[in-house]
Design a protein around this ligand. Sequence first.
Ligand code: AHR
Length: 519
Amino acid sequence: MGYSLSRRQFLASGAALSAATILPTWLTAASSSKRQRVDVIADVEIGTVRPEFHGHFAEHLGSCVYGGLWVGPKSPIPNINGYRKQAVEYLREVGVPVLRWPGGCFADDYHWRDGIGPISQRPKRVNIHWGGYVEDNSFGTHEFIGLCRLLGAEPYLAGNVGSGTPDELRNWIEYCNMPSGSTLAEERAKNGSPEPFRVRYWGVGNENWGCGGWMRPEVYADHYRRFSTYVREFGGTRPFMIASGPNGNDARWTRGFMDGLDGGMPEGFAMHYYEGGADEPTKFTVDHMKEQFARYAKVEEAIQQQRSILDGYRNGRRINLILDEWGVWDRIPEEDEKKYGALWQQSTMRSAVAAGLGLNLFNRQADKLYMCNIAQMVNVLQSLLLTDGPEGKNCVRTTTYHAFALFKAHRSNMAVKTLTEASSPDGLSVSASKRNGELVLSFVNQHADTDLDVDCALHGATGKDASAMLLHSPDLNAYNSFDVPDRIVPKPHPVVVEGARMRLELPRLSVATVKVRTS
Ligand code: AHR
């Protein structure tokens, strides 16, 4: 959690508003909501909010790829060369800085050559991790790169370590990045892409402590060394290698891997941290919601501790920490999975608050993180979009989509320090960033029963005017359905800024982003 002050420290710090400050009468009037003090220290910089903090993940799982993003060019569902048109349009709007594919667990059983060449000649393979159904490989490397280009996303390919070979990974990199002249580059050209794909991000396996081979960390370190030995730069594209990091905050994995490495450092180290849920997505109790929200403090702690373990190693400081998979993973009803695909999960107002808690903490830990990928983009776990099954024409923006949209204003800004009262960690979550005379503040009220009156002191910046957008429903289980797709959407919200003071009402269960023009 962010640094917090006791009420006494807060008042003594000078952050408290001076009695002489002249305020509009509505601000001084008695309010039924709980007053919550916040400090934004605009001149204490944390680090850049990399757009990659809002990265995505698409796996061959359920209806994420087949029937979700990819419907095929002959589908009656409106599409752009096989990509679901509505999904592409929504995703372009929210912006996808980076997209990881093809897994997940699926990656360590995927052989990239299955997904190139004429579609009719591609082999049909069983997806052994997710339901045992047969895939026709109509979505392969070229289709993935095509999607990234449509979305303006940087591609991130996860290589197969569990059941693959160093040769296979090395050849995939050459196939993608070698401009011309080699047999693999010519094969790519023959398959329709004379221009190299220039893929920078390469994962060396996925969850190799689990579905990626059930390895011990020292064994995985050996595999990492062996696979990375054959990785090369082609045509000026230097691969950024990403090693499989821990499950949650597993220090034993990280130390075991780092001890076993002994040179040959990866550029990235990818931890996975899901925020499990005890109930079905639309039937959460308040207590279980609170339990789930409490996990975000653990995630923040894990980021700090994993960063400090890496920093403890010679050259470890050069390794970038990635939160490769994150998001709420609730108890998914069997009937939803049968109808719409494995791990199809509805996103409610609770999920949006959870997304806000995550995105806020990424801003606060901006100096420690490189990339964070929500799991997953469409139809799986905490997705941004939902479609009604592989044949379904509907495509709905979830509450999580709208939470991401609210945080878009932070991208590429400099994150700055925020302080909350000691009483607030379980209630109000805050982050702030600045750029070009604008402060962007995000607030999340995670209480199910308390509205907050946010009283915010700005230090190192004077507000000229402000505007706010709010995502809110008092019902934690409310969601955007196929019948009512826009039940919960961001709406303009009143905010008042006067010099060094900003006030806004933050209803229970809400996510707000405020933009303050400063002088
Ligand atoms: O996102 C679903 C699964 O969760 C991924 O395949 C795996 O990496 C993780 O355990």
